[in-house]
Design a protein around this ligand. Structure first.
Ligand SMILES: [Fe+2]
Length: 283
């Protein structure tokens, strides 16, 4: 299979054509796609109107499907596939309350956060609702040497919802809450395949920095977050129905946008892939 590769923003994002993901993928192409995944962190495939079982197979090219944490949003027939639907969203003063509306990396409070998250767009509003990505490898690389040294071995406690969270997370049942982990994560991680260091940030879940006062810790998180979310590090994906996008949660942060007409329908399937415990970049 001859893939056509169009990089998007330097090493962040690549649009891939010449493949039909509803068909089985041969071993060689699988290896090529996985190499592109580690290198470019966000893979965009246009014109792949996949059904849920086809989507599961396509995502499995990159790893093993992970359980969905929020059971209320899964497809009844395919519990490993979540649904992002406008119809499930609460509203506040007429504005949709969209999940994921500030830069984050998924389930960072898990000991083994998902290595990847993937979406397939089923129905897309006429404008808005883009997904934005920022490259936290490049953001790390650009930090002044003194900052790199200061943060090299720091760790942050990731909890379900930080006391400084800019957004509210889904309300969970007591059983779900009892299973919610919290874990100390490195502030700088190393990619398990490429070996590249990256910032590991999630302002919704980080409860300060270990060994620092809350003021100092949250100030450092805010400073790194402001740095990493600059538009130079960004790829903004404008969805079309039939797009499949998969991203590496160890190399990018992502965010949703609630800027579309709440009367229009927006519907995407979502899966995650099992990850490993994060590797600190420096010990
Ligand atoms: Fe997310």
């Amino acid at each position: 299979m001859a893939l056509t590769i169009n990089p998007i923003n330097g090493m962040l994002g690549v649009e891939i054509s010449g493949i039909d993901l509803s068909r089985p993928v041969d071993t060689e192409t699988k290896q090529e796609l996985n190499a592109l995944f580690s290198r470019y962190a966000v893979l965009v495939f246009r014109d792949q109107p996949l059904s849920p079982p086809q989507f599961m197979k396509a995502a499995e090219v990159f790893g093993e499907l992970m359980d969905q944490q929020i059971k209320q949003f899964v497809l009844p027939d395919y519990p490993l596939v979540g649904a992002n639907s406008t119809k499930d969203l609460p509203r506040k003063n007429g504005k949709l309350q969209v999940r994921g509306e500030n830069y984050h990396t998924d389930h960072s409070n898990h000991l083994k956060p998902p290595k990847a998250t993937s979406l397939v767009a089923v129905e897309i509003p006429s404008y808005g609702g883009d997904t934005q990505f920022v490259d936290v490898r490049r953001a790390y690389a650009d930090l002044p040497e003194a900052v790199k040294q200061k943060i090299a071995t720091l760790r942050s406690m990731h909890v379900h919802q930080s006391s400084h969270s800019p957004r509210s997370f889904a309300k969970l049942s007591p059983e779900e809450m009892a299973n919610i982990p919290h874990v100390l994560q490195p502030l700088v991680i190393r990619h398990p395949v490429s070996g590249e260091p990256a910032l590991y940030l999630n302002t919704g879940r980080m409860e300060g920095i270990q060994g620092m006062s809350p003021e100092e810790g949250f100030a450092l998180i805010a400073e790194l977050y402001a740095h990493a979310t600059q538009s130079i590090y960004e790829y903004r994906h404008k969805w079309r129905a039939g797009d499949m996008v998969i991203w590496d949660n160890r190399s990018v942060m992502h965010q949703a946008n609630a800027d579309y007409d709440p009367e229009e329908y927006r519907y995407l399937y979502r899966v995650m892939l099992n990850g490993e415990a994060l590797i600190p970049a420096f010990e």
